[in-house]
Design a protein around this ligand. Structure first.
Ligand SMILES: *Cc1c(COP(=O)(O)O)cnc(C)c1O
Length: 399
């Protein structure tokens, strides 16, 4: 029995490899930064990093490290408990209050990851009497969270407000108690920003709650980096987010919302109830990261300037990019093999990017998703642009 299972898995793995869809992980031997060290054939080399979610460059910030170290000295290493048994520190509540204040919500609740926040946000709030209308390109964790809940599901084409309206009409026809519209603030594979003004308007019209997963937007978009809705001068009803990207890049997730929503999640959300409390050092690091993010207009300016420089360089080299203003810059290559091959050749030239292909993006839409960071210098960006141009010409991708 186990033998045939292992054989089947080996066969499937070989198929993945033959299709050029096999993901290999590279070994990093330094902190996350604009330039990192990697280990290759037993040798260490320095490489420009264009694939971290380190938008504000805080992943290796000395003040965050100092705050985390101080918290370890004061609170120890771990809590060895879930929050409701004996795992809630004053530090956790301080962070939850701070997140709520930052995002202008009543309260917030921490999770081990945004994956857990999205996995645990729907089921406690909604039952079979309710409805969720979800964007087709939403993050895997939202899709899983919706699967775990009994509400009726409706899906609308990515950022297509006409289709959303039609789906809302269908949902409303069944007279659900509650309708939730769920969207990513920024779609991670395309860098597109959700149409919050229209989402907000439709939410009001259908008396729905608007849930925005702002993992790629907190710290990046809006005044003080308050996120996608704030970018448009608006507000969502529920924001889910991560401490693993702009806000220091360690780990942790949260839901920020109105008081009854947060209170109910604290009572009923399974990833919250049945998983360990966030380590104190991460809570302290995140508190510092929020402070730096709020005051980080200079970082957001550097981020924007870096992204503009890189976009212009690649367009001039002849690459096809998806349009946008977010520091996610998708370089479209269509075929998985080309995305892999270009990533390999860039790696040889000291540029670290990752190819994305099915099942992460639809078949035939393989790409290299470049992510710009405020930590990158113009010199590093120009080196990357030159490497893209050379490697692209070698592969016949550009003239
Ligand atoms: C990264 C990401 C997540 C998961 O965040 P973690 O904290 O790493 O679990 C969820 N949703 C979106 C849109 C993301 O980009």
């Amino acid at each position: 029995m186990s033998k045939t299972t292992y054989r089947r898995l080996q066969y499937e793995l070989r198929t993945i490899e033959q299709e050029g869809l096999f993901k290999r992980e590279r070994l990093i031997t330094s902190p996350q930064a604009g330039e990192i060290r990697v280990s290759r054939n037993g040798r260490e080399q320095s490489i420009v990093n264009l694939c971290a979610n380190n938008y504000l460059g805080l992943a290796n910030h000395p003040e965050i490290i100092a705050a985390a170290k101080a918290a370890m000295d004061e609170y120890g290493y771990g809590m060895a408990s879930v929050r409701f048994i004996c795992g809630t520190l004053d530090l956790h509540r301080k962070l939850e209050r701070r997140i709520a204040e930052y995002l202008e919500m009543d309260d917030a609740i921490l999770f081990a990851a945004a994956f857990d926040a999205n996995g645990g946000v729907f089921e406690p709030l909604l039952t079979a009497e309710d409805a969720i209308v979800s964007d087709s390109l939403n993050h895997a964790s939202i899709i899983d969270g919706i699967r775990l809940c009994k509400a009726k599901r409706y899906r609308f084409e990515n950022n297509n407000m006409t289709h959303l309206e039609a789906q809302l009409e269908q949902a409303a026809a069944e007279s659900p108690r509650t309708i939730v519209i769920a969207t990513d603030g920024v779609f991670s594979m395309d860098g597109t920003i959700a149409n919050i003004p229209q989402l907000r308007q439709l939410a009001y019209r259908f008396d729905a709650l608007l849930l925005v997963d702002d993992c790629h937007a907190t710290g990046v978009l809006g005044p003080q980096g308050k996120g996608t809705a704030a970018h448009f001068g608006l507000q969502a009803d529920i924001i889910t987010g991560t401490l693993g990207k702009s806000l220091g890049g360690a780990a942790g997730g949260f839901v920020a919302a109105a008081q009854p929503v947060v209170d109910m999640l604290r009572q009923r959300s399974r990833p919250y109830l049945f998983s360990n409390a966030l380590p104190p050092m991460l809570a302290a690091g995140a508190l510092k990261a929020i402070e730096l993010s709020r005051a980080g207009d200079n970082l957001r300016l550097a981020l924007r300037q870096n992204a503009q420089r890189f976009r212009k360089g690649l367009q001039q080299a002849g690459y096809r990019l998806l349009e946008g203003e977010h520091p996610i810059i998708p370089v479209m290559l269509d075929e998985a093999r080309l995305a892999q091959e270009l990533a390999n050749r860039l790696y040889e030239r000291g540029i670290y990017v990752t190819g994305f292909f099915y099942p992460v993006v639809p078949r035939g839409q393989a790409r290299i998703r470049v992510q710009i960071s405020a930590a990158l210098t113009f010199e590093q960006l120009d080196k990357a642009i030159a490497a893209f141009a050379q490697a692209g010409r070698e592969l016949g991708l550009i003239p």
